[in-house]
Design a binder for this molecule. Sequence first.
Ligand code: SRM
Ligand code: SF4
Length: 557
Amino acid sequence: MIENTPVKTATLSHNEVIKDAIPTLAGTIAATFNDPANDHFSDDDNQFLKFHGSYQQDDRDLRKTGKKYIMMIRGRIPGGVMTAKQWCVFDQLATNYGNNTLRITTRQSIQFHGVVMSGLRPLVAKINESLLSTLAACGDVNRNVLAPPTPAYTKAREDVFRDCHKVALALAPQTKAYHSIWIDGVQLDNEAAENKNFVDPLYGKTYLPRKFKIAFAIPPVNDLDIFTNCLGFIAIIENDKLVGYNLCVGGGLGRSHGNEQTYPRLADVIGFFTPDKVVEVAKAVLTIHRDFGDRTDRKHARLKYVVAERGVKFMQDEVNQRAGITLAPAKPYQFTTMQDLLGWRKAVDGSWFLGLFVNMGRVKDLDSCKMKTALRQVADKFDKVEFRLTANQNIILANVSEADKAGINAILAANGVKAENQTTVLHAASMACPSLPTCGLGLAESERALPRMVERLQTLLAEVGLPGEEIIIRSTGCPNGCARPYMAEIAFVGKAPGRYQVWLGGDVSGTRLNKIWKDVLKEPELETEFRPVFTRFAKERNAGERFGDWCQRALLN
Ligand code: SRM
Ligand code: SF4
């Protein structure tokens, strides 16, 4: 704990107090890892570490035999786009310092798991050498900005992607601590006046009350769940040209079991503006969060509560005034899907791309399918191929020439990775958060349990005459919502080991929250609980009606 901290008011949360005391966010991180006797960080340093893209964890599988500290490191990869060279660097880092897996996240990034203290600094330094970063991948700041990864729909994607980069850059914190810790390995003097009085030009001295999330989407594809973000830009494309954005504010999913004051919320669409103002609008919404978010209760500190409590008119007025614009009425738009395109497809510029399903986002080598090796070989050999991470935890190999397709196919086949018919529709539509053994907040298994649960639901669907039915299924080990379960047609939200709350009724376009159906379902009861529901669905559905829509119409009312 930091001593002699100037506490402004007794009600500020502890995180506010430590940010105020060390506004560079240096903590004592560099001093800690420069001492080889240390195998972990203090609680306060753990909070500062998040701003640098890392979480201290312990391997929960090993808790019975003692605490083994491990670090998770998350990259900052705007729009999820990596060069082949950068992929090679990340792949090597996972092998050298992590648990030999790369975890594609639901926000188009990559996480390393299982890194020990001595590996942390070299890993982060090498990410920076590759011209990516981990700065602000976590913490009370703007997180990785999402942008549509799929090159199949419109040439205007390039403009939207450029805006994503502009916004990510403009909203990056300016502290020199990042460079000092991770590149120079030097502990800043937290008592020096320039450090103690450091004020970030955008964030101020104490940054945001909580995390802040931004996404760009291009209708009709909502492959990054735009309405679950604090700030969403819905691109309005006319004649293949970007004419502006509908602005949405106040989305977020985190909640806590048994605390009705916390809830998932979809963003409101509050107006339209032209693309030249995108940075100003982003800064306006972020500073509204900075100035009006609740700094006394971290469970009530997200922008969604400001929007819910102060209303749309308040947000419109504040955005207009802060960005120097007048929001016009939102333009019409429609979302029809949130799914990725898998397999080989033609891009709008005539090149090819390959959508690759990554089971639970975990790139690894299994005996039967060596995805990690295959991707590394592709990256080594085809340096013009872009690696794009999707918010559905998949990978798109983009920018592939006709001539290179065969070579990529050969590498994949040699490693047991399928390019076509990669998985079943039910698996392709499923997503889980990591939970155990790395996440300290997990109450139930998620990534390790969902594949077998999907398998069982698949068998049930076949049994009731619905083989091949697509249902979006998501699971999380706790109610925080990391795999965006509250948007799924079926969601399993961990309550305790082997026990899940079940939510039903999301839609295929990511525009509707689901509703709670069962407060507790024990995993062994999956068939007993779902058989009657699937049987009814098979009998009662209208032609083409999706499971989520049927649940809303017939089951949950
Ligand atoms: Fe998350 C915390 C993993 C996307 C809501 N999230 C965590 C932590 C860091 C646990 C912790 O605080 O100790 C998890 C690390 C687990 C591990 O072992 O890796 C974690 N979150 C993830 C990832 C890796 C899940 C995944 O399957 O990919 C995602 C990383 C995204 C990224 O690259 O930045 C991830 N987290 C999300 C999302 C989805 C999204 O943003 O699109 C949400 C819901 C949307 C939202 O923010 O409202 C989400 N994570 C949370 C929350 C609840 C926040 C709240 O408002 O209450 C927490 C807990 C917290 O912040 O205190 C959390
Ligand atoms: Fe951990 Fe909960 Fe997020 Fe899953 S949803 S990664 S258990 S915080």
